[in-house]
Write a protein that binds this ligand. Sequence first.
Ligand SMILES: Cc1cc2nc3c(=O)[nH]c(=O)nc-3n(C[C@H](O)[C@H](O)[C@H](O)COP(=O)(O)OP(=O)(O)OC[C@H]3O[C@@H](n4cnc5c(N)ncnc54)[C@H](O)[C@@H]3O)c2cc1C
Length: 419
Amino acid sequence: MAIVGAGPAGYFAAQALQNLQSDDLAFSIDIIERLPTPWGLVRSGVAPDHPKIKTVAKVFEKVATAGNVRLFANVELGRDISIEDLKSAYDAVVIATGSSLGKKLGIPGEELAGSMSAATFVPWYNAHPDFKDEQVDLSTTTAVVIGAGNVAMDVARMLALEPSELDPTDTADHAIDAFKSSAVRTVIISARRGAEHAAFTSPELRELPKLEHTNVIIEKRDIDEAVARAGENIEKDVKSNLDAMSLIADQVPAGHERTMKFQFMATPKEIRGSDKVEEIVFTKTGSDEEFSIKCGLVITAIGYEAAPLEGIPYERGKVVNTDGRVTENLYVVGWAKRGPSGVIGTNKSDAADVMKLLLEDLKEPKPVTDIANALSGVEVITQGHWEAINAAEVAAGEAKGKPRVKSVARDELLKLAKL
Ligand SMILES: Cc1cc2nc3c(=O)[nH]c(=O)nc-3n(C[C@H](O)[C@H](O)[C@H](O)COP(=O)(O)OP(=O)(O)OC[C@H]3O[C@@H](n4cnc5c(N)ncnc54)[C@H](O)[C@@H]3O)c2cc1C
């Protein structure tokens, strides 16, 4: 089996295949990953101040070292190997490449300097090699984050935190330096619809009042109106969210220097500025009433789309599939299949369901072709190399009281791999 993408969906697919093995059936699994490091968004997405969530990586490492899995990292499908090569070398190919492109608002001014997507900002602070040279200008006092999901909340929190709180985390060193000299003191997180429609999850909301150096402000009126609109037959999750927001709204702001403020019912209309962002204009959703906020940074966190890969059918930001089946001996799991929804665990049940279908479809095994031969010119990072990188990063972190110090540049990572 070939699994393309070493993120949660890729590892959970490998785990599901391991669980489907029996006395009569054994799988050999090759995981192909474009970066020199595995773990997908667990390394480059999940917020660095949420280290517990990243402990799921222990599960990935258990899968990786169970004996029937090989890692081919630093190998990109579409660059180093084609989908046709994979389809002819393996009994089945599973696409688990996630969705990495940020959706756009499609409003004037979105291309101005100072306007960027969470799909750029998040991997920049999480030490993703492709984003290390991004220019993130934090010289403004006010930033606006557009979106009403957990990614928007992560972005707003990272901007509004007292940056010394990031010292014991694995945030990229370049980002910690930038946050320490940041002028941002007010972060507005802006939702198009009312609080009853917000896609935040309540555990994340309930954590916000624990921020020690940041005022978190939600207007009580916004929540009261949302409760009234939601009515009596309110869904459990929505109620739990509104309860969490209500608790925040009841708090007296503590007078900190930094503030994170929620805004609802605001539709972005235009970003203005002569050569960089100076203000963002909104309409009050459902009316023509306009208002604007002076700011120097706008970050959009309104969803992701899959980056298309040659030879794989795409539609509306996802791989075209029926329950994970794409074409003969080609399957898809995770965000590339479903789009950007659910938590890390959602990928586990999803991948298990697809691997059951794969097993049903399985024909006589093909004669073995080892793709290692086709990758002779590529500096492949194997599981052993990755373990060397991992150990070096963790050791560098120990000295500084961090879980790890991430290396950012590809050549640095390859050096740590001792290739
Ligand atoms: C900012 C952010 C924060 C999040 N925080 C949380 C959280 O706190 N808790 C939670 O439960 N969930 C969180 N999530 C959701 C979680 O990260 C996803 O559910 C999960 O990562 C999706 O898994 P995936 O394997 O489909 O995609 P990914 O994690 O994106 O993995 C895809 C992998 O495929 C690789 N790849 C892509 N293209 C190629 C190619 N051509 N060739 C080879 N490899 C390729 C990528 O490099 C990547 O490693 C967060 C998501 C984001 C964006």
